[in-house]
Write a protein that binds this ligand. Structure first.
Ligand SMILES: [Zn+2]
Ligand SMILES: [Zn+2]
Ligand SMILES: [Zn+2]
Length: 495
């Protein structure tokens, strides 16, 4: 790829040593790894431009006055009239007058969401503002503007500026290796990097000193999808990271690693470095992890059983020495998991109406029935490789075994960083649920998502590579929890 339509942060070529893609991005500077040149021009800002939100003074003039009522189900005309009067006052920046009439609206109808939203915008006291937002969200948990307002009050995003549902951050390429914040997976007692959790346990073990620690911290709560989307869209830039720069936490040696690599074994000192964040803050830490419930030995036994019952070509592969070698490695793969609550709108044509008197035209022959539905633990792979076809054949994972994420749980195995962002995964989850629902009802129903939450989980697989005698390589996976085997097609070794 030579054409780049996406503006990179680091220059592609070093102006001093002419090295290509030699820059490392840290929080402080962008520096050439080869010659030490530091970028200082405006276009390539050294400081990552996703700033911490600042608590700006509350500016009531920032809101665009609108008389439109968005409250689901509508309101009575006298409530609407009071709301219109309130907006008239707000238009003249008579805040006290507006607040008075908004309070009247609430007296008439306590759950009127537009009035609560505007009270939260026009009042000064953050506690009161928060209370009114909570009232909106109680009535409508995914109310976009209310969520955004709440996040501004809580200092999670900065307010001001144009914002609507179409606002999108600019996508930019990092253009260089992004420095990482790492955690060394070490034993808390003796400090050696010999922690393991290999064999089917919820226990972290140190092979050097015998230290034992029960894993099984609680998993964090699910994140609200709409809030996460608002937060993401409030950022000026969405970064694309090609590679990262890692400095070993033990010996200080440094190198560049692929963006999808989450754990690195230092080639010089053997310690495990687990990536927690990078200088552009592009990473979300996993919320939970499902530990291996199947040892390497058991996984290999399952594989052998599978191969022996696999038909002519593979029959007795092991015994007849057709298999030269099998490589097996434990790997945690990132999955987004979604819980979805939705309403199905099913439109029924009431045929009995056609038979009744045609003069009565006010009859509605179309009736809509609303069916509540829910789908939990919808898993969407956050990675491209291993391919979906193979992943789908691994069967289910029981998510009741999930525990809180701890980087030290990766001491023994490798792990991948997701490449599919949560918002794209959410669209996939939505589609998957809609399809399931349509199959279930055999009808062309439409789905209205009412509530969607998600989290990021690491799930265990044993990856296998079977080297067969005729220069063929067969990839495979074993579910690290259930032991189910999925074998891919053999491929000829390159060259
Ligand atoms: Zn240079
Ligand atoms: Zn130890
Ligand atoms: Zn090292």
């Amino acid at each position: 790829m030579t054409i780049r339509s996406i503006r990179p942060l680091a220059p592609q070529q070093c102006p001093q040593c002419a090295g290509k893609q030699t820059f490392v991005i840290t929080r402080e500077k962008i520096e050439c790894q080869r010659c030490g040149y530091i970028v200082r021009d405006e276009k390539h800002q050294p400081v990552p431009p996703n700033p911490r939100p600042q608590r700006a003074p509350h500016d009531r003039t920032q809101y665009k006055i609108s008389y439109r009522i968005t409250h689901r189900g509508g309101v009575e005309s006298y409530v609407e009239a009071a709301f219109t009067t309130a907006m008239d006052h707000a238009k003249r920046q008579d805040w006290d007058g507006a607040i008075k009439h908004l309070r009247r609206c609430i007296d008439f109808q306590s759950d009127f969401s537009d009035a609560h939203l505007w009270l939260s915008r026009l009042l000064e006291d953050p506690v009161e503002r928060r209370d009114h937002i909570t009232s909106v969200l109680a009535h409508e948990p995914t109310h976009g503007e209310a969520l955004r307002e709440l996040m501004i009050i809580d200092g999670e995003i900065s307010g001001g500026g144009e914002f609507n549902e179409f606002t999108m951050p600019e996508t930019r390429d990092a253009g260089g290796a992004v420095a990482t914040v790492i955690k060394n997976a070490r034993c808390p007692r003796c400090g050696s990097s010999t922690l393991s959790d290999d064999d089917a346990g919820g226990v972290l073990l140190c092979d050097t000193c015998g230290y034992r620690e029960d894993k099984g911290k609680h998993v964090g709560a699910m994140s609200l999808l709409s809030a996460a989307l608002i937060k993401q869209r409030s950022q000026p830039v969405r970064w694309q990271v090609g590679e990262r720069y890692l400095k070993c936490g033990s010996c200080g040696s440094s190198r560049t690693i692929a963006a999808r690599q989450m754990v690195e074994t230092c080639p010089f000192c053997g310690s495990k470095n687990v990536i927690e964040q990078d200088a552009l803050e592009t990473l979300r830490q996993p919320d939970g992890i499902v530990p291996f419930a199947l040892s390497r030995k058991n996984a290999l036994e399952n594989l052998e059983n599978e191969l022996s019952g696999f038909g002519e070509k593979l029959k007795g592969l092991f015994n007849n020495h057709k298999v030269k070698r099998v490589e097996i490695e434990g790997l945690f793969l990132p999955f987004w998991t979604f819980d979805v609550i939705l309403d199905l709108l099913n439109t029924i044509i009431d045929t009995s109406m056609f038979e009744s008197s045609r003069r009565e035209r006010n009859f509605n022959v179309y009736q809509t029935e609303t069916i509540p539905e829910a789908a939990n633990n919808v898993l969407i792979p956050g990675f491209k490789y291993p391919p979906r076809a193979l992943i789908d054949r691994l069967g289910k994972y029981s998510l009741s075994r999930v525990v809180g994420y701890d980087p030290r749980a990766l001491a023994q195995h490798s792990a991948e960083i997701y490449t599919l962002p949560f918002d794209q995964a959410a669209m996939e989850a939505h589609e998957q649920v809609a399809n399931q629902v349509r199959q279930k009802y055999h009808a062309n129903v439409s789905c209205m998502v009412k509530h969607m939450t998600f989290r990021l989980l690491l799930l265990p697989v044993w990856t296998i590579t079977i080297f067969e005698q005729d220069h063929q390589v067969r990839p495979g996976l074993i579910n690290g929890q259930t032991g189910r085997v999925a074998l891919g097609r053999p491929q000829r070794l390159g060259r």
